[in-house]
Ligand binder design. Structure first.
Ligand code: ZN
Length: 303
């Protein structure tokens, strides 16, 4: 081999090495570039996912409250309270927030309370936020037939009395005994009762089961405590009559007023014996939707 040929071969070898190195570098750059793009895309995706988990942005929050303002029972004057209540109860739906604030549940019981509206009607709502005056006595109280009461002198407003007797009669036809044992109570009588309970159990305990005077549904003449004449009324839950009442009371316009799973909404411990007359239509709706009278009232009656 001549020297020139040797030189040529050396240059050729050098060129191909440079060429190969360049190709390798290009391939490395391409792979590296793709990785960067992929990573960027992943980070974007992650960010998007994270955003989804975070608390709603102001825009989302406003959209949700736009929904609240479209509810028929939304009250503009409560708007600040809705927002504050939602912060404390993020798991509640917009409907629940508006309903519960309208009931008053964002305030402790017996605060922000107002005088009862709809006096002398079956729509009256009395609870720890709505009170009756000392001198309120419902019109047209009538005594319940002794056939259907455990004591004498038990009074309900006439239409509630008629409905109660009709209900007790229907139970009797199935060999069951539904008796009234406490009905209308005056303000003064409730005051005595409540004060006795406070003496006995202390104010905090008494408040869980007894209404303060003016705040008792018994003053409306639309509420009735029942028993079956054998068991104590506080054991009404274990009776056949209770099962019958659960299936039939609403057909006569009565609702179980303080259900077991609604203590927070009503503000009262469960009372299997306490029924309230609201009329057949409302009683059926409440029965079918498993709601309290508080919820029904703020959604359908309160203006
Ligand atoms: Zn009662």
């Amino acid at each position: 081999m001549t020297d020139i040929r040797k030189k040529h071969l050396k240059i050729k070898k050098k060129n191909s090495t440079i060429f190969l190195t360049c190709i390798v570098l290009i391939i490395i750059s391409i792979i590296y570039g793709i990785n960067i793009i992929n990573n960027k895309q992943l980070t974007n995706k992650e960010n998007k996912l994270q955003k989804k988990d975070n608390t709603p942005t102001i825009k989302e929050e406003d959209t949700s409250f736009e929904k609240a303002s479209k509810l028929s029972y939304y009250r503009k004057e409560n708007d600040t309270r809705y927002r504050a209540y939602r912060k404390l109860n993020p798991s509640l739906t917009t409907e629940q927030i508006v309903t519960e604030v309208n009931i008053g549940l964002d305030n402790p019981y017996y605060t922000n309370d107002i005088p009862v509206e709809k006096l002398n009607s079956q729509y009256i709502l009395v609870n720890k936020y709505n009170y009756l005056s000392k001198d309120y006595i419902p019109a047209d109280l009538q005594e319940i037939s002794s056939q259907y009461s455990a004591k004498n002198m038990l009074y309900l407003v006439s239409y509630a009395k008629d409905a109660f007797e009709e209900m007790a009669k229907a139970a009797k036809q199935e060999n069951l005994t539904v008796l009234a044992m406490s009905t209308y109570r005056s303000y003064d009588y409730q005051e005595q009762l409540y004060n006795n309970y406070v003496k006995q159990d202390g104010k905090e305990n008494a408040d869980t089961y007894s209404a303060r005077p003016g705040y008792s549904e018994h003053q409306t003449g639309l509420a009735v405590d029942v028993c079956n004449g054998k068991e104590s009324y506080t054991n009404f839950e274990v009776t056949q009559e209770f099962i019958w009442m659960q299936e039939n009371a609403y057909k006569f316009g009565f609702i179980l007023r303080f259900p077991k799973d609604k203590v927070r909404e009503t503000g009262y411990s469960y009372e299997s014996w306490h029924y309230r007359y609201v009329g057949k239509e409302i009683a059926e709706f409440i029965h079918n939707h498993n709601i309290t009278y508080e919820e029904y009232y703020v959604q359908n009656i309160q203006k």
